[in-house]
Design a protein around this ligand. Structure first.
Ligand code: SF4
Length: 318
């Protein structure tokens, strides 16, 4: 006869061989303990050790765990085996939410538990337990299959101590959904040093990209006799003293006034023709007497006489 549960009423001796008395918790826990179905899921090198744990040499079937399921809806156990990147934590939380209760999580290895060797990496989260609840941590880099088996046994011991009266997933007010983190505001740590480092790197990249940009003709709008030539500066602020706009046939030239600076990420329009009028404070009216060709090209020439940019255009019919 099985060991009598603590606190149970004594069983008369004459029926002891025919009656099994136990608690609902014991029966319920024994069922869950030996039918944990893990998810077929791995993230990095630790996953190889997880796979090895399923081979004949280690044989995790002994624990009723051989049915690794590819669908989270059929799993009880999520083994987070490997490095958790900030990008990957989003699908991990989504998979966890798709698992039915009761469900358990094993954090396998140094990476899943605290970031491991990549803890300082800009793209690695420092512990999956910041996003989903973890039941058992298995240390190691990687943990051996024996260590993972020990983790399973520890989890089984934990399950056998649970009671249907206290587990959260049978409470009315309990909500099992874990908020899915948003890459950016949620996943960057709140450490000010980390934020500053990310900002510094982004700023350096932006400045390097800007240093390569220079003013160029972005568009030519030719309607009737008026021409509007838009110059855009994607780079750092640029003084255009001595720079010229030249028509494709070389007949028309506009020279920027001394001291004219085109600010970073800004545009200026140069308008010309008898109908031309400036519409914005930064517009420059070139001349109202030019006979700018109906179609052709415009070139932007710097103070040294080098052609910086050019664009061809076709006048719209009135
Ligand atoms: S803990 Fe070690 S073995 Fe496991 S994923 Fe990280 S680096 Fe790889």
């Amino acid at each position: 006869m099985a060991e009598q549960p603590q606190g149970a009423a004594p069983v008369p001796e004459e029926v002891q061989s025919n009656v099994l008395l136990t608690t609902v918790d014991w029966l319920y826990n024994i069922g869950r303990t030996y039918s944990l179905w893990p998810m077929t899921f791995g993230l990095a090198c630790c996953a190889i050790e997880f796979i090895v744990t399923g081979t004949a040499r280690y044989d995790m079937s002994r624990f009723g765990m051989e049915v690794a399921r590819p669908s989270p809806r059929q799993c009880d156990l999520l083994i987070v085996s490997g490095t958790v990147t900030k990008k990957m934590v989003v699908p991990i939380v989504r998979l966890y939410n798709q698992m039915a209760e009761p469900r358990y999580v094993v954090s396998m290895g140094a990476c899943a538990t605290g970031g491991g060797p990549f803890k300082e990496g800009y793209n690695v989260v420092s512990g999956i337990d910041k996003y989903i609840p973890v039941d058992v941590y298995v240390p190691g880099c990687p943990p051996t299959p024996e260590a993972l088996l020990h983790g399973f046994i520890t989890l089984q011991q934990k399950i056998r101590k649970q009671s249907v009266r206290t587990v959260p997933w049978y409470r009315k007010e309990y909500s099992s959904a874990v908020p899915i983190p948003v890459l950016g505001p949620d996943i960057f740590g709140s450490d000010p040093d980390e934020m500053k480092r990310v900002r510094d790197v982004s700023m350096k990249r932006a400045m390097a990209a800007r240093a390569q940009g220079q003013p160029a003709i972005a568009a030519i709008d030719a309607a009737g006799n008026a021409r509007r030539i838009t110059i855009r500066n994607p780079g750092l602020a640029q003084e255009l003293t001595g720079w010229k706009l030249v028509s494709g046939d070389g007949q028309e030239t506009f020279e920027f006034p001394a001291g004219f600076v085109l600010m970073s990420d800004s545009t200026v329009d140069v308008v010309s023709g008898p109908d031309a009028a400036a519409t914005a404070p930064t517009d420059l009216v070139w001349t109202t007497h030019s006979a700018w060709p109906a179609s052709g090209a415009a070139a932007l020439v710097d103070a040294a006489g080098s052609n910086v940019a050019s664009l061809s255009y076709q006048a719209r019919m009135p």
